[in-house]
Design a protein around this ligand. Structure first.
Ligand code: LLP
Length: 419
């Protein structure tokens, strides 16, 4: 359920008219819906209300301060993977006690910063990382609360590029070897073991991989407790998928996901931690673009839009599908169309031979389900601007990342002083 609906044939974001917004902001731009974000958070968190838990939003999926603030106000913490993300979470008012720090390559500087802020938990992913963290904590006279992220060797059955819970992936510690590392962590200075954690991949569309992984995690908690290590937090990661494509396998509902979590680890007496990203923001955002040209060739009809792979990388990088809809409904018949951008790469393609009503130059199109891993993965490739972002709330809107000037873009570089 989202709040991007047609009214009298014109697309609205909540009560904001998209063509009017495009007129003011210029295209392309992302739009996020406050009501959708709040609703998604509420639906996700509701089943866990009766027990201690933290829903730590995966900041990497959408790190705009406007989005973070909205989720923080709804009750979200943050799952972060860099000092930059910690700084964003803090700037949005997320308490350090609601921040978990994930990632395979935390540097000592980042550890120092996180320890200084007194974040809730480090999810440690390797022995060298554990030793580095101990060293930094001792040096600071601090104590790092940790979970070890285990790799349960479960096939998440998602795109290989975003699968993280198989033995051959770089993430986590082999669950069968985790006991040894926990034993080591338990006696290391500056380290306080508090939990277990996992994350097996993103955009999961079936419940079984979660169930398998959660069962293994439970086994680990029981084994650790039996060996005298107290475990008080269980972090089950993120990964629940969202519906992108009408004909594809649909992801499990948040209710089915919650049941799988509660069935497996709900009775351990632990604080449950979650790291959802896409589920909270995916359907809360669209990307609006304007058609520049329509170019019929012998074999194809290309619609060349003013949005490109630098604005939304997912189709080029993962072959990802995003629904593309006209902003003003039309009765034009459907025909096979290739929607492409202006960037000089054939991979700058959003849809091939997709049945769509043929638009005209200057018509607006919207890419749905663009709120997660959209703006955050944008770049200035081809010296294009970073895509602006707008947030709507009822009939109000706010530009939460403005389009920069070409002077700003050029000012990022400098010419060597020897010229
Ligand atoms: N926790 C950890 C440790 C993660 O690595 C991730 C995502 C999440 C949580 C959030 O997962 P989610 O709930 O959003 O599935 N750029 C890719 C997705 C990369 C996901 C990376 N890790 C895409 O556009 O599909």
């Amino acid at each position: 359920m989202d709040h991007f609906q047609y009214r009298d044939g014109v697309l609205f974001a909540e009560d904001v008219n998209i063509p009017a917004l495009a007129e003011q902001v210029g295209t392309p731009f992302y739009v996020y819906s406050t009501a959708t974000l709040r609703r998604h958070f509420e639906v996700f968190a509701a089943p866990f209300k009766h027990m201690p838990h933290k829903v730590c939003f995966a900041v990497k999926s959408n790190s705009n301060l406007g989005v973070l603030k909205t989720l923080a106000e709804a009750g979200a913490g943050a799952d972060v993977v860099s000092e930059g993300e910690i700084r964003r979470a803090l700037a949005a008012g997320i308490a350090p006690s609601n921040i978990v720090f994930s990632g395979v390559g935390k540097t000592k500087d980042e550890m120092r910063f996180a320890l200084k802020q007194k974040i809730f938990q480090f999810n440690v992913e390797s022995e060298p990382e554990l030793l580095a963290l101990s060293e930094v904590a001792v040096e600071m006279g601090a104590e790092a609360a940790i979970a070890i992220r285990v790799n349960p060797d479960v096939d998440a059955k998602t795109n290989a590029k975003i699968s993280t819970g198989k033995k051959e992936n770089k993430f986590g510690i082999d669950i069968n070897r985790a006991g040894e590392l926990y034993a080591q962590a338990a006696i290391l200075p500056g380290i306080r073991v508090q939990g277990v954690s996992m994350h097996i991949g993103s955009q999961l569309t079936s419940i079984e991989p979660f169930q398998q992984a959660f069962a293994k995690l439970r086994g680990l908690v029981e084994a650790l407790r039996a060996s005298g290590i107290a475990i008080t937090t269980v972090d089950v990661g993120g990964g629940l998928g969202v519906p992108y494509e009408p004909d594809a396998q649909q992801p499990p509902s948040p209710e089915a996901y919650a049941k799988a979590v509660l069935d497996a680890v709900g009775d351990l007496g632990c604080t449950l931690l979650f790291e959802p990203g896409r589920l909270l923001v995916g359907n809360a955002g669209i990307l609006v673009t304007k058609v520049i040209y329509v170019k019929p060739t012998e074999t194809r009809t290309f619609v060349i839009a003013d949005v490109a792979m630098n604005d939304l990388l997912r189709p080029s990088l993962y072959g990802a599908y995003h629904d593309i809809i006209p902003v003003v409904e039309t009765s034009a018949p459907l025909q096979p169309i290739d929607v492409v951008g202006p960037v000089c790469e054939t991979g700058d393609t959003f849809a091939e031979q997709r049945p769509l009503p043929l638009p005209k130059p200057d018509d607006l199109l919207a890419f749905r389900t663009a709120g997660a891993y959209g703006a955050v993965m944008s770049s200035t490739y081809n010296s294009r601007h970073l895509t602006p972002e707008v947030m709507v709330n009822g009939n109000a809107f706010s530009v939460i990342r403005a389009r920069r000037t070409y002077d700003d873009l050029l000012a990022l570089d400098s010419i060597p002083e020897w010229f």
